[in-house]
Design a protein around this ligand. Structure first.
Ligand SMILES: [Fe+2]
Length: 367
């Protein structure tokens, strides 16, 4: 077993303003990285600005991060950080701004770096310190050394490097209160998929599985409640606090193990059809459960027993949560896409053997 997670993680009501003095460790100038309006709507941006002012830390705000952030936006953010003389990068948001903040910290320390060098991880200088403030409960990016970005060819790629762990991550579940029910379900099912996929990773060990099992036991009943509630209802603070914990457990689980095939095949649905990440991954959850039942039955039995659930319950939840998109892929499109999964590291990380023909079958079912 191995475990490494150097991020100082603080959660709870008022944690950002209440721990403002911790920000002073990272310098006197900061680049704040956000998406559009969610950071302000959640209240997190105001708390961060108040905390920075209280420590006399000056800041520049870069609000240019889109959903599924592009490498170009991160380069732009890195240039801004460099020009502003930022000592550290502070990301506020869901997975997109948090993953982008990690990449921006790399570009800020290595101005003019090419895409190839970025992905090779052969950086001349260590990234700037990173502070992350989560406003959704799904990604777990706060506690992982992963950043998922869309490259110049429009393809989602992740980098995994110990130098992009946040130095400090803080979150107050109240920041997730403005997140609508559909987004809560998408991010929540993403967190649940992290826990489940990690369990069936070839790299899983008893330690990572502790996080998986805890996340599933906590998250499953709450996601059921949110999925069964009326479409215009809003999840409660207590439900959101639980889902935030699930996202952290999911992040801790995938950190050493990575995800398995539903995540990677899901990237394709997001790139091609703009299906939200969590829904895209959960689309392939039933196929993962069928696959492990056939190829790793003993492990599968131990999983359901430890998590107190069943294949039927998980499949029903995934079907209930993921909206039907009415998408059918042509055989041509499937054949064109398939090579990306040949010798794909994430697909091979799944226990048993997943063939590209299996993936073709999954895609033929439509969504
Ligand atoms: Fe994910």
């Amino acid at each position: 077993m191995q475990f490494y997670m150097p991020t100082e993680l603080i959660t709870g009501e008022g944690c950002v303003t209440g721990n403002a003095q911790k920000l002073a460790r990272y310098g006197k100038r900061c680049l704040i990285v956000t998406g559009g309006s969610a950071a302000a709507r959640s209240g997190a941006l105001q708390d961060v600005e108040e905390a920075l002012r209280s420590q006399e830390i000056s800041f520049t705000h870069y609000a240019g991060i889109e959903q599924n952030p592009t490498l170009a936006s991160c380069e732009e953010g890195g240039r801004l950080a460099y020009e502003a003389g930022a000592d550290f990068v502070l990301g506020i948001g869901g997975g997109s701004p948090l993953d982008a903040a990690k990449a921006i910290s790399v570009f800020a320390a290595n101005p003019g770096m090419t895409e190839q060098v970025f992905y090779s991880a052969e950086w001349d200088h260590a990234p700037l310190p990173i502070v992350l403030i989560g406003t959704t409960a799904g990604t777990g990016s706060e506690v992982t050394s992963v950043s998922v970005l869309t490259d110049s060819k429009g393809k989602k790629h992740s980098i995994h490097d110990r130098r992009i762990y946040a130095a400090l991550a803080m979150s107050d579940a109240r920041y997730t209160m403005t997140l609508p029910r559909a987004a809560t379900l998408s991010t929540g099912i993403d967190a649940l998929c992290h826990c489940i996929e990690s369990y069936f990773s070839r790299k899983a060990d008893p330690f990572s599985r502790l996080f998986s099992v805890r996340g599933i036991r906590l998250g499953l009943p709450v996601l059921q409640q949110v999925a069964d509630a009326s479409p215009d209802s809003m999840p409660t603070l207590q439900q959101r606090e639980t889902l935030y914990q699930v996202s952290i457990f999911g992040g801790m689980a995938i950190n050493p193990t990575g995800t398995v095939f539903p995540h990677n095949v899901g990237y394709y649905l997001t790139e091609r059809y703009r299906i939200p990440h969590g829904f895209a991954c959960a689309t392939f959850l039933p196929e993962l459960l069928t696959h492990v039942k056939e190829q790793a039955p003993a492990l599968c039995g131990a999983f359901y027993e430890a998590c107190g659930t069943s294949e039927e319950e998980l499949v029903n939840l995934a079907k209930k949560v993921v909206p039907v998109q009415g998408i059918r892929l042509s055989e041509d499109e499937i054949r064109t896409a398939l090579p990306r999964w040949e010798n794909n590291g994430t697909v091979r990380n799944t226990v048993g053997t997943v063939t590209t023909e299996q993936i073709a079958e999954m895609l033929r079912k439509g969504f």
